[in-house]
Design a protein around this ligand. Structure first.
Ligand SMILES: Cc1ncc(COP(=O)(O)O)c(C=O)c1O
Length: 399
């Protein structure tokens, strides 16, 4: 008998519940095991139940979970220093999610503009981007589905096509209100599309020429997933503002907006805040996550595994007429099919593999950075078999 849920129906949920996880694997309430190639959408980069993270949370919970940002917070200081060290940024604001980190970045850019005498600051944002579900971040997002029904949207955003520097140059000649360009180095919800290095360099140059802030949203691409601590490091340009969340706490909610140069000094007391942001428990978890990413060489590992997986998938689908492109950076991997493939998600689940599809036809893989070579091989062989089965490719090898 189906019982009506007391949860608001903001999600279309799969009929499955997980009781626990271990490393790269999740276990449902019936005890069935699944390879987690999604990691809660790029959250559990260190896998599930990581002993060092569990120990850090446990230790800190027994000491002090929370105290207000009205007091000094030594663990928050330590985390800010650590994040600045791995990113090249100079200061950090802490919050609890990706959307909040982007809200902070948007507020910071607007204030930066006001301080320069721009009354109506505008931020250039990209088509097919995703920045969150709050009013400001959904207004910045380049997807009508996310915005529909929530109008009036926030003004102050100018939309540009991704990977097109000429449009940015044109906007620069016609609009004096621009204060920043905000982009994902690798668009996640937009179908795993990386910024081309030449375009990324042009964005940096245009921002420098016009005294605009370059903001990179690394909520999905950061924390080692794309081959360096942040994806912009792999693309060779340093932004003025970086946002992060998801993988930073490996499941413990935490977000941060990092900045350098003038942007690092823009917020003053009273400009922004968060009750929970950067509390001792969240900081203890995040400090351990960064320590493990660094000490275990997980960013390099993500790079090696990512290129191997992409290469093996490319080989497996060479000459096929149903796989259009295999792309990505590190362990943000997209397999674009030539037609809709949303039904692959339940099919994969029935075969013990958790994946996701974005933009209707792109299989998205965001597996743990900690997976073994054998697990990576398991992912490739399972996914290959499933896509072939789905596409009705009878050249498929028997299981
Ligand atoms: C690039 C990017 N920015 C922002 C967000 C929003 O993060 P959150 O759901 O933690 O608010 C997401 C979430 O998918 C994202 O992928």
């Amino acid at each position: 008998m189906s019982k009506k849920s007391a949860i608001m129906s903001t999600y279309g949920r799969m009929p499955i519940a997980f009781s626990h996880g271990q490393g790269s694997w999740l276990f449902d309430t019936n005890g069935t095991k699944y390879f987690d190639a999604l990691t809660g959408i790029a959250v559990c980069g260190l896998g599930h139940a990581h002993p060092a993270v569990a120990e850090a949370i446990n230790r800190q919970a027994n000491k002090l979970c929370h105290c207000s940002n009205l007091y000094q917070m030594p663990l928050q200081e330590d985390l800010a220093k650590k994040l600045c060290q791995v990113s090249g940024m100079e200061s950090a604001f802490f919050c609890n999610s990706g959307a909040e980190a982007n809200e902070a970045a948007i507020k910071l850019a607007r204030l930066y503009g006001h301080n320069k005498g721009i009354d109506k600051p505008a931020i250039i944002v990209m088509e097919n981007s995703f920045h969150g579900r709050t009013i400001a971040t959904l207004s910045a997002t380049g997807n009508r589905k996310v915005q529909a029904g929530f109008e009036p949207l926030l003004s102050g955003f100018i939309r540009a096509p991704f990977n097109d520097a000429d449009v940015l140059r044109t906007i620069a000649t016609t609009n004096n209100n621009v204060v920043a360009i905000m982009l994902e180095p690798v668009q996640g919800e937009g179908g795993i599309r990386a910024a081309e290095p030449g375009y990324f360099k042009a964005v940096r140059e245009i921002c420098d020429r016009h005294d605009w802030l370059m903001i990179t949203d690394e909520v999905q691409s950061g924390n080692g997933r794309c081959g360096r601590y942040f994806a912009y490091q792999e693309l060779g340009q340093t932004p003025d503002i970086v946002t992060t969340a998801k993988g930073l706490g490996n499941g413990f909610p935490i977000g941060a907006c990092l900045a350098r140069g003038d942007a690092a000094e823009t917020f003053k007391p009273g400009h922004h805040g968060s009750t929970f942001g950067g509390n001792p428990l969240a900081c203890a978890a995040a400090l351990t996550v960064i320590e493990r990413i660094e000490q275990d060489g997980l960013a390099t590992r993500a790079k090696t595994l990512g290129s191997r997986i992409r290469q093996q998938l490319s080989q497996a689908f060479e000459g096929s007429d149903y796989v259009k492109e295999i792309r990505g950076l590190g362990l943000m991997i997209g397999v674009e099919l030539t037609s809709s493939c949303t039904e692959l998600v339940p099919l994969a689940q029935s075969q013990g593999l958790l994946i996701n599809v974005t933009q209707d036809r792109t299989v998205r893989l965001l597996p743990p950075l900690t997976m073994s070579d054998e697990e990576a091989a398991h992912l490739v062989s399972t996914l290959t078999r499933l896509i072939k089965l789905y596409a009705g490719d009878d050249r498929q090898q028997p299981r």
